[in-house]
Design a protein around this ligand. Structure first.
Ligand code: HEM
Length: 462
């Protein structure tokens, strides 16, 4: 595809995908929702973006298990939930009445109108059905050897007694996994062209959103540069899709795009295969949803390993003996203690009774991952890093929700755990780790990351 064609498509997308539709989620009068902060909504929005780890627990201490938050634009109304039984009511809700896509509309200008994250109802159901086969157990097993190879290369490049930023290194690994295992690009020259475009696209700072709300900003930097980069990425992706459609060995390729291209008309004949535009939107969605999230989860895991010698000993043994269950428990406990995504949203399309309250259309019901994971009723001694919780089988349903839940549960959950276990195995069989940083979190783009990048000293194991 020419750059001019890609530019035209991006312009169309920007004109069509207005983020944060006010009509979908209008502000709800105070007397119709549970109590909450009376701070102006712009200040609440800032506090949630910037200081969510302190602000949300503070709201919980002050207002209890169910409270209201107001956010931009115009004070849209979020009712936050913490208890498993309330969260269950949301995840079990009819997806036609609990819209997740609308709640994620903020990312529309990048992800596009077909994105699995942004669609609802029948459109979402169709896309999910077409994407699922690329994320089932059999598909994940096919991706495993390339993921392990990428992780091995990374772990093999560290130097004895050297200092690394776990976050930076894990970002590099998960970027390669997206490019090679999701997009299926392994040619070095193509990878070199894609890498900067992909890195530029995932770097969505809060002020970038202004350029989508006020299109006139698109004419100046930095908004213009972001859009130019998106045009260049789209042109590369459309070319990749077109070429891949022509290859003769699609069936033998172990990557997500090649799997998606093989999804055809279903038995009933009512699900046409994915078009080029849909594929582009889904690839960018997988990139944005799967790259920094998994890197952050992994860097928190390495950080926690690096500060507890007993758990590290057990982890080394698990890696040596191929005990993937323990490695997975490490990841799960790190995601519990350091939630990568703070919350998930559903916009009510019908009045609903949730947590014993009657809530009107347009209310956004919001399971808080931060609060659910910090609940001592679900996780005794919630401040302790204790992977065994996930081996004892004692975690109640709807209490551990890093991947959301219900029909909208993260489609890449199994993928990211497979990837995480492979990376931990390759790292731990070679390296002893010592954390030299702090557990302070910071928000980058949509994820919570270690504020200092989780510095580690690595020593070769004997
Ligand atoms: C530790 C890593 C990850 C975390 C913490 C995470 C978290 C989440 C969360 C919270 C949601 C929203 C769920 C809901 O609304 O109930 C989600 C959705 C999604 N995630 Fe992930 N994710 C991770 C990795 C991945 C990976 C590796 C991919 C793909 C390669 C991916 C692709 C998606 C997609 C496409 C959706 C939308 C699903 C839908 O709406 O049907 N995620 N993820």
């Amino acid at each position: 595809m020419t750059v001019a064609d890609a530019q035209r498509r991006v312009d169309e997308r920007l004109a069509k995908m207005r983020p944060l539709s006010r009509e979908a989620a209008p502000p709800i009068p105070r007397d119709l929702v549970p109590p909450g902060s009376r701070l102006p909504f712009l200040i609440q929005t800032f506090l949630i973006f910037r200081y969510r780890h302190r602000f949300i627990p503070w709201l919980h201490r002050r207002y209890g298990d169910v409270f209201t938050v107001r956010m931009a634009p115009a004070g849209r109304t979020l009712v936050m939930l913490r208890r498993p039984e309330h969260i269950k009511e949301v995840f079990a809700g009819d997806p036609h009445e609990f819209h997740a896509g609308e709640g994620n509309g903020i990312l529309g200008p990048v992800m596009g109108e077909h994105s699995l994250l942004l669609t609802d109802g029948d459109q979402h159901q169709r896309a999910r059905k077409l994407l699922m086969p690329a994320f089932n157990g059999a598909a994940l097993r096919r991706y495993q050897s390339l993921v392990s190879e990428i992780a091995r290369r990374e772990a093999g490049s560290w130097t004895d007694a050297g200092s690394i930023s776990a976050l930076r290194r894990m970002n590099a690994v998960t970027l390669e996994v997206i490019l090679q295992v999701v997009f299926g690009v392994t040619d070095e020259e193509r990878l070199a062209r894609l890498r900067p475009r992909v890195t530029g696209t995932v770097d969505i700072r809060p002020w970038m959103l202004l350029g989508w709300v006020y299109p006139q900003l698109q004419r100046i930097r930095p908004w213009r540069s972001f859009t130019d980069n998106m045009v260049a990425l789209d042109a590369l992706l459309y070319d990749e899709i077109a070429e891949r459609r022509e290859v003769s060995d699609l069936d033998g390729r172990d990557d997500v795009l090649s799997r998606l291209l093989q999804v055809g008309v279903d038995e009933a004949g009512d699900t046409p295969p994915l078009t080029d535009h849909e594929l582009r939107d889904q690839l960018v969605t997988l990139l944005l949803a799967g790259h920094e999230t998994t890197a952050s989860a992994l860097s928190w895991t390495l950080f926690e390993l690096g500060r507890d010698a007993d758990i590290r000993r057990r982890a080394h043994q698990a890696a040596d003996e191929g005990d993937d269950g323990y490695l997975e428990a490490l990841l799960k406990e790190a995601m519990r203690l350091h939630p990568v995504i703070p919350m998930v949203n559903r916009v009510l399309k019908q009045p609903q009774r949730i947590a014993g309250r009657d809530l009107p259309i347009g209310t956004i019901v919001t399971p808080s991952i931060i609060l659910a994971h910090d609940n001592p009723d679900s996780f005794p001694e919630p401040d302790r890093f204790r992977p065994e919780r996930f081996l004892d089988g004692q975690v109640p349903a709807n209490a551990w929700i890093p991947f959301g839940g219900g029909v909208r549960r993260c489609i890449g959950a199994g993928f990211s755990l497979m990837e995480g276990v492979a990376v931990l195995r390759e790292v731990l069989t070679r390296w002893d780790l010592e954390s030299t940083g702090s557990p302070k979190p910071r928000t980058r783009n949509i994820t919570s990351i270690p504020a200092d990048g989780a510095p580690l000293t690595v020593r070769r194991r004997h």
